[in-house]
Design a protein around this ligand. Structure first.
Ligand code: FES
Ligand SMILES: [Fe+2]
Length: 352
């Protein structure tokens, strides 16, 4: 396999941090993303923010502290307080006549954006005060009032590369996702799919869903689907139904460390019927993801041997594209040049 030799985690990109519902007002949440401990909170207006999860005093995780009503985090050790910009606002033990300017003390802050029920964090190549994101936030193909519902959050026991390749891999579907409600191994067909580059990835051009997937049959009317992938690890499926309805299904991958990746799955539908069917749909989605996790647990065992691996033919073409994009992305960051997508429109064939 043409393996990737560079830094595992791409920088200067947005990563899914949390579903909006996981960050309640008045609570702090600690997360490890790309081996960095990060604390999340909401300010007095409810806007999310993220700081490095260390108190500058003695390094205690701020995520062990309290979120006060004014949106500042109070450290659990000596009660220092930090606002949403990471600026120290109070050192309770200093005597009242102290001349110390506590606002000179700062916790590094990450850019954060909340949209459509999801919270994203920008991982810079270097933490510095006032980071300006160089990349636009991912396009979720949703309007302002359209909110994604969170289906599942699960830890894959593999690094970001293996997790991404699992996400974009067409050939496992026949063997991993065999279910009465989806498809059986007996219904193999030759598939032909057209691909085109998008700014940081590629898309499978709009097409009618595969005839051997029963899951789509419940959707009546004119159905077509378009599937997008972009780095660092987001897959988005846009299903349009009839003239004005759509379903958006998003899977995001966020690296935790060199051996674990968090997968989140989100779902939006403009069809009223999906609200009625939400619980069965959610459990269907979870079953699906559970099948992937099942095979990934086996994969993680196999990888303990550090075996040589292969990417073979058209079914593995997208995995090769992913590595090409990574390489180009890193080169552009290192040289300070604009990223150019190296991919071209292509047609791929496989049997599933
Ligand atoms: S370690 Fe945080 S206030 Fe002392
Ligand atoms: Fe899968």
């Amino acid at each position: 396999m043409q393996e990737d030799k560079g830094e595992l985690v791409l920088r200067n990109l947005w990563y899914l941090a949390l579903p909006s519902g996981a960050l309640k007002k008045g609570k702090v949440v600690g997360r490890t993303i790309a081996k960095e401990r990060i604390v999340f909170g909401r300010d007095a207006e409810g806007k999310p923010y993220a700081l490095r999860d260390n108190c500058p005093h003695r390094g205690v995780p701020l995520s062990q502290g309290n979120l006060l009503d004014n949106g500042t985090i109070q450290c659990c050790y000596h009660g220092w307080e930090f606002d949403s910009g990471g600026v120290c606002r109070k050192i309770p033990a200093l005597p009242p006549e102290s001349k110390a300017d506590v606002t000179k003390i700062r916790v590094p802050k990450y850019p954060v954006v909340e949209m459509n029920g999801t919270i994203w964090i920008y991982l810079p190549d270097k933490l510095s005060p006032n980071i300006e994101p160089k990349e636009p936030v991912p396009d979720l193909h949703l309007g302002a009032g359209e909110t994604l519902r969170h289906v599942e959050c699960i830890v894959m026991p593999t690094n970001i590369d293996h997790s991404v390749i699992g996400l974009i891999d067409p050939a496992h579907v026949t063997f991993v996702h065999q279910s009465w409600f989806w498809r059986t191994a007996k219904s193999l067909k030759l598939k032909t799919k057209n691909f085109e580059p998008i700014p940081r990835g590629w898309k499978m051009v709009r097409h009618a869903p595969s005839a051997n997937s029963k899951g789509y049959h419940v959707l009546k009317g004119d159905v077509s689907t378009e599937i997008f992938f972009d780095i660092p690890g987001n897959r988005l499926e846009h299903i349009s139904i009839g003239k004005s309805n759509k379903i958006i299904s998003i899977t995001t991958l966020t690296p935790i460390d060199d051996h674990r990746t968090e997968l989140n799955h989100f779902f939006y539908s403009s069809l009223a019927i999906t609200n009625w069917l939400w619980w069965p749909l959610k459990s269907l989605g979870r079953t699906f993801i559970g099948q992937d996790v099942g095979v990934f647990q086996k994969l993680a065992k196999g990888l303990e041997n550090d075996p040589p691996l292969m990417l073979v033919g058209e079914p593995d073409a997208q995995a090769r594209w992913y590595y090409e994009l990574k390489k180009q992305w890193r080169a552009a960051q290192e040289q300070g040049t604009e990223f150019r997508n190296p991919l071209q429109a292509e047609t791929l064939h496989w049997v599933t």
